[in-house]
Write a new protein. Structure first.
Length: 166
């Protein structure tokens, strides 16, 4: 028995549909992965910025009431909190030595600036470097927090109030 031309056509067309699905998947999967990467990278850098801002906020409140004027303990507190950021290029590059913590305290306020680097994937790196500061290490992430410890109407210094209540 010979097969009819109709049966040969239907079997070859089924193979063509299967091939079409493979081609569609070959185009769709990389596109979805690229979209996922574009959504994931800002989330990773955002997580780093949130941890930086949180650590700076808590340390700034501690700086305003630091009695000895040596801020090394507050700096170590910030660095300890920043250990929560994974040392992966999307989050942070350079390890513990890359973090820069600067602390300034006035009579009634304190300012903390925490700086670090991240290295996003090439496509997002071009976008990030266009809109953010970057250097040879990567994109610079910076969190600045200013805290006022006492209102302007409150007289005396912190030392004076310590004497009153001490």
């Amino acid at each position: 028995m010979t097969s009819s031309p109709r049966s040969r056509t239907s079997s070859s067309s089924r193979g063509g549909v299967r091939g079409q699905a493979t081609v569609e998947a070959a185009v769709l999967l990389p596109s979805l992965m690229l979209l996922f990467a574009l959504l994931l990278e800002p989330a990773c850098m955002g997580y780093t910025l949130v941890v930086m801002r949180s650590a700076a906020s808590e340390a700034a409140r501690a700086v305003t009431t630091d009695y000895d004027g040596d801020f090394e303990d507050c700096r170590q507190f910030v660095l300890r909190r920043l250990e929560g950021v994974p040392d992966v290029p999307l989050f942070h590059v350079g390890g513990a030595d890359d973090w820069d913590v600067s602390i300034e305290r006035g009579e009634r306020d304190a300012t903390l600036v925490v700086r670090g680097h991240a290295r996003p994937l090439p496509l997002m790196g071009v976008v990030a470097s266009a809109f953010a500061e970057s250097d040879e290490t990567g994109v610079v992430l910076s969190a600045r927090v200013s805290v006022r410890s006492r209102p302007a109407w409150l007289g005396g210094s912190y030392a004076d109030w310590q004497k009153v209540w001490g």
